[in-house]
Design a binder for this molecule. Structure first.
Ligand SMILES: NC(=O)c1ccc[n+]([C@@H]2O[C@H](COP(=O)([O-])OP(=O)(O)OC[C@H]3O[C@@H](n4cnc5c(N)ncnc54)[C@H](OP(=O)(O)O)[C@@H]3O)[C@@H](O)[C@H]2O)c1
Length: 332
C-alpha cells in the first residue's frame, strides 16, 4: 500500500481509503460478520483511513464503524463530518458541538481524527440543498478549532462540493483538508478541461488545495458505482444514486462510462473499476482516494487496483483526448 501525507496534518494515510457511506453501504446495511471481516482485511492490507458521517444511515455507519473498530482493537484514522441543517444556522456553534459529541459516542472515541463540514458551499445560504456560505464555513472552522483545543477533534476540513467560485473562496479558510469529487467522468478538480465541458468545472480545486498544503480526500472515484459500467446495485448498496457533478441521471453516467472501454481494449486495465481507482490514486495532490464498499469482493478488487499503481501515461493521454472531444459528457 502506498501512503501519502494528509497535508499539514502530518498524518500518513493509505492511498486507498475505506468509504463507509450509504452508497456502498456495507457499514450501513451489511451483515455484522461481513463488516468485521472486510474491515479487518482492509486493515491487514494497509488501509488506514476510514470515512464516515452522521448522515450515512442516520448514524448507523458511525455506530457500526465504532463497534467494528473496537472489536478489532484497530488503531486507524477516522474521519467524520457535521452537516448543518437549516434550523442549525441560528446557532452554528451549538449544532456543531452537539453533532461532534454524538459522533464521539457512536464511534466510541474520545477524539475524532478528522472532522469535516458536510455542507455544500454556495454563494448564499441554500436551505433546500443545505448550502452554506463561505462566512458560515469560516465560523464552522473556528468551532472545529475550539473543539481541537478541547481534545475532541485532531484536525478539520470541509467538503469541496458546491459552487466553483465559492469553493475557490473557501480555500482561504483555515482548515487542513478538503474532500473533492474526482473521477474519469469529471476530472476537472485535478485536470484542466476544455471550454464547454458539459459538467461542473471544479477549476483544479485539488491542485490549488494541495499547493497550499491541504490534504485532499477524493470522493466519487467510481462515480457512485457508474464506473463499474453496470446499472446493477448490490443489495447493501443504495438502491439509487444521485450523480454528483456528472450526468443528471445515473444511467447516463453508466452509458458514458462505456466510452472509456479503450482503457480495457488497449490493455491498460482489466476493468473500468480498476482503471478508475488507479486514475485517482495516481493523481498528484490526492492524499487518499475513497471507494464506497458494498462487500468483501469489492474491497479485494479495490486493493488489487491500488496495488497496480497509477495508470500509464499513454492511457492518460488517451483520456485527455477523449475529454477534449466535443460531445464528451453531454448531460441527459
Ligand atoms: N463528502 C461528501 O459529500 C461525500 C459524498 C460522496 C461520498 N463520500 C465518501 O466517499 C465514499 C465513497 O462513496 P461514493 O459515493 O463516492 O461512491 P463511489 O466510491 O464512487 O462508488 C461506490 C459504488 O461503486 C460500486 N463498486 C465498488 N467497488 C466495485 C467493484 N469492485 N465492482 C463493481 N462496482 C463496485 C458499488 O456499487 P454496487 O455495489 O451497487 O455495484 C458502490 O456502491 C463514501 O463512502 C463516503 O465516505 C463523501
Amino acid at each position: 500500500m502506498l501512503y501519502r501525507r494528509l497535508g499539514k496534518t502530518g498524518l500518513e494515510v493509505s492511498a486507498l481509503g475505506f468509504g463507509c457511506g450509504a452508497v456502498g453501504g456495507l457499514l450501513v446495511r451489511g451483515e455484522r460478520a461481513e463488516m468485521v471481516r472486510t474491515v479487518a482485511r482492509a486493515i491487514e492490507a494497509g488501509v488506514n483511513y476510514f470515512d464516515t458521517a452522521p448522515l450515512y444511515g442516520n448514524g448507523q455507519s458511525e455506530t457500526n464503524l465504532g463497534w467494528v473498530l473496537a472489536e478489532l482493537k484497530a488503531d486507524v484514522i477516522v474521519g467524520s463530518k457535521v452537516r448543518l441543517a437549516a434550523e442549525d444556522m441560528e446557532n452554528i456553534e451549538a449544532a456543531i458541538v452537539r453533532s461532534v459529541e454524538t459522533s464521539l459516542g457512536r464511534l466510541r472515541r474520545e477524539s475524532i481524527d478528522l472532522i469535516q463540514l458536510h455542507n455544500l458551499v454556495t454563494n448564499q445560504r441554500q436551505p433546500a440543498r443545505e448550502g452554506v456560505t463561505v462566512a458560515d464555513l469560516e465560523r464552522a472552522m473556528a468551532v472545529f478549532a475550539r473543539l481541537q483545543a478541547q481534545g475532541k477533534v485532531r484536525f478539520w476540513g470541509w467538503n469541496g462540493l458546491g459552487d466553483t467560485p465559492s469553493l475557490q473562496e473557501a480555500l482561504a479558510a483555515p482548515a487542513q483538508t478538503v474532500q473533492c469529487c474526482f473521477n474519469l467522468l469529471n476530472p476537472s478538480a485535478g485536470r484542466p478541461v476544455a471550454e464547454g465541458f458539459a459538467f461542473q468545472d471544479y477549476a483544479q480545486l485539488i491542485d490549488r488545495a494541495a499547493a497550499q498544503g491541504m490534504g485532499v480526500i477524493a470522493i466519487r472515484v467510481l462515480a457512485g458505482g457508474a464506473l463499474s459500467g453496470s446499472t446493477d446495485r448490490h443489495p447493501n448498496a443504495a438502491a439509487s444514486v444521485d450523480p454528483i457533478a456528472s450526468s443528471s441521471v445515473y444511467a447516463a453516467d453508466v452509458a458514458l462510462a462505456q466510452r472509456l472501454a479503450f482503457l480495457i481494449e488497449g490493455g491498460y486495465a482489466d476493468s473500468l473499476v480498476e482503471a478508475a481507482i488507479r486514475f485517482a490514486i495516481g493523481q498528484d495532490g490526492i492524499s487518499t482516494a475513497l471507494v464506497g464498499i458494498s462487500n468483501a469482493d469489492q474491497l479485494e478488487q479495490a486493493l488489487s487496483a491500488a496495488h497496480k499503481g497509477p495508470l500509464p501515461s499513454t492511457a492518460l493521454g488517451g483520456l485527455a483526448r477523449l475529454w477534449a472531444e466535443g460531445g464528451w459528457a453531454s448531460p441527459v
